[in-house]
Design a protein around this ligand. Structure first.
Ligand code: GRG
Length: 349
């Protein structure tokens, strides 16, 4: 699986009006299946550092399109296991350093293919080791580093929370054991990233960006602290900032004065869904925008109409359509970006 862009471009089929467009489900499934076969392209090898992310994005899209078995389970399992390190972390590809983001994607894949038994076969007590790898990345002020080199980011904090929760190691899931991480310190750090405009930045004092809003709102949601932290007034302020991301084309940008991009249908849409304000968007216009970014002949979704398609924008376009209730697309969980029927098994606070 690769992030490789193309071969197609997003556009409206000749002679079709935007309102006649439909999601080309079979084409998207075939597009995702084709990604791992393009090994003779330079881009396949240049995007090796994104491989495990690419698998998570492709597999999630397939689940939402109702084709969860369209990629071979054994191949997925073998690949994920080949990215595992002895300390419980996963790299983006075999031989790559372990990182919290790739560990999160690997755990999401294992959850979707029911692969934890196979993990334990390769690494006895594997779930616990993966959880320990994640927990050990927490810093004394509550935030999380991505790896042993120490860079911190709200993405890493969110990854830690959802990964531990999928593994069943969040403190609320193990009330009789000493907490593996300090949740109040982590959520206090999120609060420090909260801005006067209602949004969240990557670090305290940083500009609000809807990608970071997703990570902060997602982390608060996984920890069950969304209501206690934001309240109705905070949700209104954040909801106003998020809904202002919708521009005349119907698409969304990530922050003021920037271009629209299909992936913000997810980062903005899921954040609005988590604070119960998704109806503040014009859903019909956003749906039409996403559909205009697909390649109706070869499948795949691009960031904007006329640009090249790739698997990242394909999943976030489809997940966005799921939030919008597009017919035939499975329900997505706005905090985990995974099918809701799978995350329903997680013990939430
Ligand atoms: C499980 C869904 C899931 C995610 C894991 C990696 C991660 C956690 C979250 C990423 C959140 C994030 C920061 C998303 C934004 C990605 C993006 C398109 C960034 C582009 O930023 P700029 O500044 O683009 O290049 P703009 O649009 O502001 O010009």
């Amino acid at each position: 699986m690769s992030l490789a862009a193309g071969p197609g471009r997003g556009h409206i089929a000749e002679g079709q009006l935007p309102e006649e467009m439909k999601l080309v489900v079979d084409k998207h499934v075939a597009y995702i299946q084709s990604l791992d076969t393009r090994r003779d392209e330079l881009e396949y090898h240049l995007t090796e550092h994104l491989r495990i992310g690419g698998i998570y994005w492709g597999l999630t899209a397939l689940h939402l399109l109702g084709q969860p078995d369209a990629l071979p389970r054994e191949g997925l399992l073998e690949y994920v296991r080949s990215c595992l390190h002895e300390d419980g972390g996963f790299g983006a590809a075999p031989g790559h350093d372990a990182h919290i983001l790739y560990t999160g994607y690997s755990v999401q894949i294992l959850t979707m293919i029911d692969g934890f038994e196979a993990l334990e076969e390769k690494m006895p007590d594997g779930k616990h080791k993966v959880a320990t790898f994640v927990a050990n990345l927490q810093q004394s002020d509550g935030r999380f580093a991505g790896d042993q080199w120490g860079e911190t980011d709200t993405r890493f904090l969110f990854s830690a929370f959802y990964t531990l929760s999928l593994l069943g190691y969040m403190p609320h899931q193990r009330p009789s054991e000493p907490p593996i991480i300090d949740v109040p310190a982590a959520t206090a750090y999120i609060k420090a990233c909260h801005n006067f405009d209602g949004g969240f930045g990557v670090a305290p004092g940083a500009e609000s960006h809807s990608g970071q809003v997703f990570t902060c709102v997602g982390a608060l949601s996984v920890a069950g602290e969304l209501d206690s932290y934001l309240g109705e007034e905070g949700k209104d302020r954040l909801g106003a900032w998020l809904s202002e991301r919708q521009l005349g084309s119907g698409g969304l940008n990530g922050r003021p004065e920037k271009l629209v991009d299909v992936c913000y249908s997810w980062w903005v849409g899921s954040s609005l869904a988590m604070i119960d304000r998704l109806h503040w968007l014009d859903k019909a216009k956003l749906t039409a925008f996403i559909l205009q970014c697909q390649d109706p002949e070869q499948g795949g979704i691009a960031d904007r109409p006329e640009d090249m398609v790739d698997v990242f924008h394909t999943v976030f376009g489809i997940a966005g359509l799921s939030l919008l209730g597009y017919p035939g697309v499975g329900e997505v969980d706005p905090a985990y970006c995974m099918p809701k029927h799978i995350t329903a098994k997680i013990q939430r606070p």
